[in-house]
Design a protein around this ligand. Structure first.
Ligand SMILES: Cc1cc2nc3c(=O)[nH]c(=O)nc-3n(C[C@H](O)[C@H](O)[C@H](O)COP(=O)(O)OP(=O)(O)OC[C@H]3O[C@@H](n4cnc5c(N)ncnc54)[C@H](O)[C@@H]3O)c2cc1C
Length: 428
């Protein structure tokens, strides 16, 4: 028989993606005991880290007659319901970012973009000379700072994430810069590997000799400024980039790629921030079942390698991610939550989504399902009862699933609103 360890905490958060970690950091900052458990890769770390906040939209479609509305505009009314007035959302976004940004900065993450626009906080540390092909317009101002110099873009064979030929072509066409050339190099650790994921590449950069081979390839290029793909994880970034500049005597900058490390770095920074605020973070533990008595959840069983843990809590937060994250599962043609106890809602059909680009049907298929939550993010049992001390946040919620849902911005915002209500639950 397996041993069971007993643990108590004010708040148990299940799920260690953006929603879970951010909720944990906020709640810990209020002096609450927080335990976060998570198992498996998070969508947050796989993501492009492009955070979109939908400001200045109150759900009034009439006001948007002049243009097609965006996915996030279409989804906001479903996620925030009666909270959806412009002032409320704008104030919450301001308060949330005032909490989040300094903490991320303290953990080494620099965010490009402005929170005064609806988007873009591109979570890339490669500023100020970032360039990108998919997101070219977000950062082309930075590249033009280099217009007087000869710029080289260096690709690593085997790592498809960045294609310098394509990037150089796009930069010269779109930005009319003729001083950009493309180079490739072969790093021995990458040999015989194709289609490596950024996380795998970040891991390989720890191998002895990697930095030396890269430095040698850079030294062979006769250019002032050299752009390399994002290959270092957040924790190594400053050190490795400085080391490369010292070794090569060149100005090295990092390009931003569509499917690259920004999400991983964002995830790392959130983990650090949650830990710094005092959260207990247990990765590799899966919450397998919940004990619910009446309309309250009392405890959860966490499955570990060698023993199980029963965690008793005052409040529970479900931040287990969408279909990709593992918080929702497909069972035949039915979508359920992974504990099979919560009410999963299918959103009503959109009457005003962006049909021109097929967004309507995409939302229908993917973001349609999620846990039913009220405007204070309290969850419901399958039997219809509203749970007193169980709240949800992130892509597990209706309207927040990837790829058509509210994404990272929605994960952070729902987490922010959930944490306020979790504090109220604990104070009752
Ligand atoms: C390739 C890709 C690119 C994307 N790009 C963007 C982008 O640029 N911008 C954007 O806004 N959004 C993007 N998204 C979507 C965005 O990543 C997600 O909406 C967001 O990260 C969801 O965060 P989350 O915290 O809700 O879930 P997740 O980050 O998925 O975290 C949930 C975690 O909980 C774990 N878990 C589930 N059940 C249990 C359990 N019982 N016990 C313990 N742990 C459990 C899961 O395994 C998972 O690791 C992208 C997603 C992907 C996959």
């Amino acid at each position: 028989m397996r041993k069971i360890l007993n643990v108590e905490t004010d708040i148990l958060i299940i799920g260690h993606g953006a929603a879970g970690l951010f909720s944990g950091a906020v709640l810990s900052s209020f002096g609450k005991q927080v335990m976060i458990v998570g198992e498996g890769a998070t969508s947050t770390s796989l993501s492009t880290g492009n955070i979109i906040f939908q400001r200045d939209f109150d759900g009034n479609v009439e006001k948007r007659k002049d243009r097609e509305i965006t996915i996030s505009e279409a989804l906001m009314p479903y996620v925030f319901r009666e909270h959806l007035d412009t002032e409320f959302i704008n104030a919450e976004i301001r308060a949330m970012t005032a909490f989040l940004l300094p903490r991320l900065n303290n953990c080494g993450l620099v965010l490009n973009g402005s929170i005064n626009r609806n988007q873009v906080l591109l979570t890339n540390t490669g500023f100020p000379y970032s360039c990108t092909f998919a997101q070219m317009f977000a950062s082309k101002g930075d590249l033009t700072n280099l217009s007087e110099k000869d710029i080289a873009l260096l690709g690593l064979l085997g790592y498809k994430d960045f294609d310098p030929d394509l990037a150089a072509l796009l930069i010269s066409k779109i930005m009319n810069m003729k001083n950009v050339s493309a180079y490739w190099t072969q790093i021995s650790e990458f040999r015989r590997r194709y289609g490596m994921h950024p996380t795998e590449v970040a891991h390989l950069t720890h191998n002895d000799g990697f930095q030396e081979q890269l430095a040698n390839a850079i030294k062979d290029i006769d250019c002032d400024a050299i752009g390399i793909p994002p290959i270092f994880s957040l924790l190594d970034y400053q050190l490795r980039m400085t080391e490369l500049e010292k070794r090569t005597g060149r100005e090295i900058f990092e390009v931003v790629t569509p499917l690259s490390l920004p999400g991983l770095r964002f995830h790392e920074a959130l983990r650090l921030a949650a830990r710094k605020e005092g959260c207990r973070l247990s990765e590799g533990l899966k919450a397998s079942s919940l004990r619910i008595i009446g309309r309250r959840a009392e405890s959860a069983i966490l499955k570990g390698k060698f023993m199980d843990t029963e965690v008793k809590f005052g409040c529970l937060m479900i931040c287990t991610g969408g279909l990709l994250g593992g918080g929702l599962i497909a069972n035949g043609n039915k979508i359920a939550d992974s504990f099979d106890i919560f009410q999963v809602e299918k959103m009503p059909n959109f009457t005003y989504s962006n049909t021109k680009y097929g967004v309507h049907s995409l939302i229908q298929m993917i973001a349609n399902y999620g846990l039913k939550a009220d405007s204070s993010m309290h969850l419901y049992l399958k039997t219809g009862e509203r749970l007193e001390n169980v709240l949800g946040a992130g892509s597990v919620l209706e309207g927040c699933s990837f790829p058509a849902g509210l994404g990272l911005g929605g994960a952070l915002l729902t987490a922010w609103i959930s944490t306020k209500n979790a504090l109220e639950v604990l104070d009752q």
